[in-house]
Design a protein around this ligand. Structure first.
Ligand code: DGJ
Length: 773
């Protein structure tokens, strides 16, 4: 039992955390403890937050100077209630004062179950405590739902407001959760960015006043993410992680006052929000997620990763390995025809790729981004034999087939827009904002939702379409002013569409994409199996992006592609081997022009793919640990581990010539066992060595000359082979010294040639005991 009642106290127990609620003498619901595990009643905090002396400038109730709402850890905050930090719930009625007081009425404990079909909901086995509070004067109730997923130490909360009064109630703010904590010198870590530049972590000491994390762009956004943490250390100590099970505009406020009280409100955006509840109507918020770990942020990440895998991801694919995709976007864009696609399929299949994904440009008359969104029928000029022809070609070559769609949008230049100009979400009076030549469809409307469901279903019903990349490439702009819940209603419309599509096509692998990571959140992960994290495919940038995602998500949702050596977005040149080493932490794919590969590059990719297939389960489902960070430690190190083996990868930034000896160390190895460590085989391009090839060449080769270029297409130089046996104690501790780096004075089979942005990957397996054989 994860929820127990002790008189007027309610204890929600996770694996390593407890949340203790109580009813105080004013009959208010207050938080008594959120943190380390309380085993039984004897461990309940004996202190009370009720002051023993009155205080100047404080407000109190019932003529009792010690009944100071400001001192209570109330589970929701009303304005004008004596609590001076940001409210979590704002309600009013026309021409009335707005001071309300909600008091405890009763509770219920039951199996956690979905309350509202159009909102994301976890599906693991959780228990739910529902506490009812009623307003003293008017017939309005609040139901606070607390869901405890004990195994993952995940506490979810949402709120329902119900108006049973004859008079209309207006709700203009309704946070999903409101939490009071005591500051302990916490750092706040949040994630910020932009298109193709997502998930920059910002860390700072939590500061006095109010920190606002929000998006009003209609989606959870690449600007500020809805997930964040309060923590003291990466590896140890109390840490709290937060997120929303929601993908639209949101608002989180984090208040810290001079007494050290922290109040965190998480919920939907309050921008122009107004919900009018007639008698008998209620309003329900999405779920907020919270987790506590006393094992630092590492512990938190494990909680969020396991919760995402076990309770959020759609069940069909949740534990199944993902196919290695080839995606057409970065190689051919809109410029392709059946013949060129066949050529790509041939090559992708030969290299061992498993899923061919036809990205944008296959429908309507779309040859650039100016037309056809909404017209979801194949462009026969480009693909005369249709999607059926293409996918049967892929099937013949041993590949499955997937497709790109952007179902929420309509191009100005489209048949759909001509037929239904009124289906667009915009301010009908003023000038409308356009993004990428397209408008958002008004998914608040049932007929528009049905149009989207039908069109996506038509495509997914084609036998053999096994994957869908669902894109979303513009934020909200202007909206019809008359509706105070436009953003929220849109999201509920979208969730209904996604829910219906998932119901119809549970086996289709679905990838979430929003110009990369413009809607990457836990809400989306209840409908999608994986997510395109960013439109930036530069391997060096991806280190930050994947690291950022790893704080709150498991690698099996990171869709990562190896793209061309010169990166499209940053123009940084890194090798295919470097790109693979980063992209393999998660779901691997390729997105470069396969027609342009040299025979050496083909061999390189083939070898990468067979390595990935051998360890796919580890890369996708292993436990992921951040060991060191580029911005702090000069290089980044990640470990991924399951019960049989581990892989540790080193990612360098700018090379540190003759710096400290590099060592391989990680976490979780058995001190008393021996391990075999092997570097992943890799090949260096001859071009990397520039004029230095002349040290070994019998004839002089001009740097960048035709001869060396021709040679480099066929031949490379094998990277150093590093193989050692080492004890778990050394791996857990000081670490195994790694090969010397190339420094221009000599090269032998032990020299590690890295260069700027270089990477190396090491496979670690317990040494089998010969007596076991
Ligand atoms: C944005 C996505 O993030 C890209 O991967 C690609 O699918 C383009 N849209 C296509 O328009």
């Amino acid at each position: 039992m994860s929820i127990k009642v002790f008189g007027d106290k309610f204890l929600l127990t996770g694996r390593d955390s407890s949340y203790l609620l109580g009813i105080n003498r004013e009959k208010h619901l207050v938080l008594l403890h959120y943190g380390s595990l309380l085993k039984d009643e004897r461990e309940f905090p004996s202190f009370s937050s009720r002051p023993i002396n009155p205080m100047g400038t404080s407000l109190y109730r019932n003529n009792d100077p010690l009944a100071m709402p400001e001192k209570e850890n109330s589970e929701f905050i009303l304005p004008f209630s004596g609590v001076l930090s940001k409210p979590s719930l704002e309600i009013y009625r026309e021409n009335e004062g707005s001071s309300y007081d909600f008091v405890y009425q009763g509770y219920e404990i039951k199996e956690a179950s979905r309350f509202d079909e159009s909102l994301p909901f976890p599906h693991g086995a959780g228990e739910e405590l529902v506490i009812e509070l009623t307003e003293k004067r008017i017939n309005v109730s609040i139901y606070l739902h607390y869901l405890m997923y004990a195994e993952n130490d995940m506490l979810c909360r949402y709120m329902e407001i119900r108006n049973d009064d004859a008079k209309e109630l207006i709700v203009c703010r309704a946070a999903s959760s409101s939490l009071s904590l005591q500051n302990d010198d916490y750092f706040l870590s949040s994630f910020h960015g932009a298109w193709a530049n997502e998930l920059h972590e910002e860390r700072r000491k939590l500061s006095l006043g109010t920190t606002l994390l929000y998006s009003d762009s209609g989606s959870s956004s690449n600007r500020i993410a809805p997930f964040f943490s309060l923590y003291k250390d990466e590896e140890k100590g109390s840490s709290y992680g937060f997120s929303l099970l929601y993908s639209g505009s949101f608002e989180t406020t984090i208040d810290l006052d001079i007494s050290g009280k922290i109040r965190i409100n998480q919920g939907i955006s309050g921008l122009m929000f107004e919900k009018r509840l007639a008698s008998g109507e209620s309003f329900v918020t999405p779920l907020a997620m919270m987790s506590f770990s006393d094992k630092g942020r590492r512990g938190l990440s494990q909680n969020f990763a396991s919760f995402t895998k076990e309770c959020l991801l759609p069940p069909y694919h949740a534990t199944k390995s993902r196919p290695i995709a080839y995606n057409s976007w970065e190689s051919v864009g809109f410029k392709f025809n059946e013949h060129s696609l066949h050529s790509l399929i041939d090559k992708a299949a030969k290299l061992g790729m498993e899923l061919f994904v036809l990205d944008d440009g296959w429908f309507g008359k779309r040859n650039d981004d100016a037309s056809s969104l909404g017209d979801w029928s194949v462009n026969k000029k480009k693909i005369p034999h249709g999607l059926e022809g293409l996918l049967s070609y892929a099937k013949k070559k041993g590949m499955s087939f997937g497709i790109w769609m952007e179902p929420e949008m309509v191009s100005f230049d489209s048949e759909l827009y001509k037929a239904h100009p009124d289906w667009v979400l915009k301010d009908t009076a003023g000038e409308s904002l356009v993004g990428r030549n397209q408008y958002l469809l008004d998914l608040r409307k049932k007929e528009v939702q049905d149009y989207v469901i039908d069109n996506v279903s038509n495509i997914l019903s084609i036998p053999g379409v096994s994957y869908l990349k669902w894109d979303y490439n513009r934020p909200f702009g202007d909206i019809p002013l008359t509706n105070g819940t436009c953003h929220y209603d849109y999201m509920r419309g979208l969730y209904r569409v996604l829910g219906e599509i998932r119901k119809r096509f549970p086996e289709t692998l679905m990838e979430n994409c929003a110009s990369g990571g413009n809607r990457f959140d836990h809400g989306m992960m209840t409908y999608f199996d994986q997510s395109w994290l960013s439109d930036c495919t530069d391997s060096f940038e991806r280190i930050r992006i994947q690291r950022g995602a790893s704080y709150f998500f498991p690698p099996v949702v990171f869709s990562n592609h190896v793209s061309s050596k010169t990166n499209n977005q940053t123009m940084r040149l890194t090798s295919l081997e470097n790109k693979f080493d980063v992209a393999s932490f998660g779901v691997l794919g390729y997105e470069l022009n396969l027609d342009d590969l040299s025979s050496l590059e083909e061999k390189t990719i083939k070898r990468q793919i067979s390595f990935y297939k051998e360890h796919r389960d580890l890369f996708e489902f292993g436990s992921f640990y951040r060991l060191s960070r580029l911005d702090e430690d000069r290089f980044e190190r990640w470990e991924i581990v399951n019960k049989d083996k581990a892989i540790i990868a080193n990612f360098d930034g700018i090379i540190d010539l003759n710096g400290a000896t590099r060592r391989l160390s990680g976490i979780g190895f058995d001190d008393d066992s021996l391990y075999e460590v092997k570097s992943r085989e890799c090949t260096h391009s001859l071009l990397k060595f520039g004029p230095l090839v002349n040290y070994v060449s019998p004839v002089h080769l001009k740097e960048e000359g035709a001869v060396i270029n021709a040679l480099a297409k066929k031949k490379g130089i094998e990277g150093e082979k590093f193989e050692r046996t080492v004890s778990g104690k050394i791996l857990n501790g000081t670490g195994l010294p790694l090969p010397e780096l190339w420094k221009g004075t000599g090269m032998n089979e032990g020299t590690c040639v890295l260069g700027d942005f270089g990477t190396r990957m090491y496979l670690i397996k317990p040494l089998s005991d010969p007596s076991d054989e």
